[in-house]
Design a protein. Structure first.
Length: 190
């Protein structure tokens, strides 16, 4: 199971007192948390990540957010790490600072390797310095999707060549998508 919502919290949200459906709720919560983390470009625990990113714009946008810390920016064309005085972390991105002001990173496809730690600290026993818990609205969005899936239990499926499958894409339209919308970080250009 993920680390954002417990079975007890989901049962309270669903107004269920019986333990008979705990395994179903556990499976739903686990699936929805995984789907929501992927949809929003985040993680429920702070983890180390390495991305290979293009240059040519004013910032390097990591694939997992929120950004907690950056350990290295390596320039493959130069064959060396970029000195920390040339970059600054702001608003979940790494900006190039040339001559004291923000400028474009040198151009090049997959030119930079960004090593960093990112994610929410909800699943961490020891909270990383600078990390934050997931916003309550994100937790509410996960609970709303769990509620929707629990209520339809099979009614939100389509039959295909591989058998029956859930229509996750149908969930992002309407109120569930509206709840997750503010937390999606995919709109930033890489």
């Amino acid at each position: 199971m993920g680390n954002l919502v417990t079975v007890a919290e989901a049962k309270a949200f669903l107004r269920i007192n019986s333990a008979m459906v705990d395994s179903q709720i556990d499976a739903l919560v686990s699936g929805v948390e995984s789907w929501a983390a992927n949809f929003c470009g985040t993680s429920w625990t702070v983890r180390s990540v390495t991305d290979w990113l293009d240059g040519g714009c004013g910032f390097l946008a990591p694939s997992v957010r929120p950004l907690v810390s950056v350990s290295d920016v390596y320039d493959f064309e130069r064959g060396a790490s970029v000195d920390e005085s040339y970059w600054r972390v702001m608003e979940d991105a790494v900006y190039y600072v040339g001559n004291g002001s923000v400028a474009n990173w040198p151009a090049g496809r997959k030119r930079f390797r960004l090593a960093y730690s990112a994610g929410y600290n909800d699943g961490d026993a020891i909270k990383a310095e600078g990390s934050v818990a997931a916003p309550s609205g994100l937790k509410l969005a996960v609970l709303a999707v769990v509620d929707r899936l629990f209520r339809v239990r099979g009614g939100n499926t389509v039959q295909g060549v591989q058998g029956n499958m859930s229509r996750w894409d149908a969930l992002i339209h309407g109120d569930c998508g509206d709840l997750l919308g503010p937390f999606t970080l995919r709109d930033l250009a890489h």
